[in-house]
Design a protein around this ligand. Structure first.
Ligand SMILES: O=c1ccn([C@@H]2O[C@H](COP(=O)(O)OP(=O)(O)O[C@H]3OC[C@@H](O)[C@H](O)[C@H]3O)[C@@H](O)[C@H]2O)c(=O)[nH]1
Length: 148
């Protein structure tokens, strides 16, 4: 094998890494208001990758809050919130609300549920667990929560 060919092969993965880095630096987020520490809330949205949750995520992020989305992606999709991934005010956690979650927040929007009837009936027992144990988990983990 020629030396030039060897060099090309060794350099190819580095070129790819540089391209990825350039892309991540040039990534633009939707415009976000600046909120002072006093006004900025830490908000948890369960089911935040779903239809309602992802629009709520957009609104609260653009208002300048810190948003944590918890979703098990049963019906929701990562692509619904992917435009926020990497933003300092945003976090995405793949988690099933039936399991406890320890996280300190000021407000909770609890939207994790298979809302549409076919999804609701796909596994009725799991749906019941999500709606009962999931809600209890959201209510129980916080000292002074506002759960909406
Ligand atoms: O156990 C579960 C079940 C569901 N989820 C998540 O909860 C979210 C629920 O979002 P869905 O889009 O299914 O449901 P939504 O309530 O947001 O909207 C739904 O009701 C209103 C209709 O107009 C919409 O078309 C319909 O999608 C999803 O992201 C899903 O993955 C969990 O995180 N855990």
């Amino acid at each position: 094998m020629k030396i030039e060919q060897r060099i090309d092969e060794a350099v190819a993965p580095l070129r790819e890494k540089i391209r990825d880095l350039e892309q991540s630096f040039s990534q633009k987020y939707p415009p976000v208001k600046f909120l002072s520490e006093k006004d900025r809330k830490r908000i948890l949205i369960t089911g935040g990758a779903g239809f309602v949750g992802s629009h709520l995520t957009d609104k609260l992020m653009m208002d300048g809050h810190e948003v944590t989305v918890v979703d098990n992606f049963f019906t929701g999709r990562k692509r619904n919130v992917e435009h926020w991934i990497g933003h300092e005010n945003f976090e995405l956690i793949n988690h099933d609300v039936v399991e406890p979650l320890y996280i300190e927040v000021d407000q909770i929007y609890h939207l994790a549920s298979p809302a549409s009837p076919p999804n609701y009936m796909y596994n009725p027992i799991k749906t019941l667990k999500t709606n009962t144990i999931g809600t209890l988990n959201m209510l129980g983990e916080y000292t002074n929560p506002t759960v909406i």
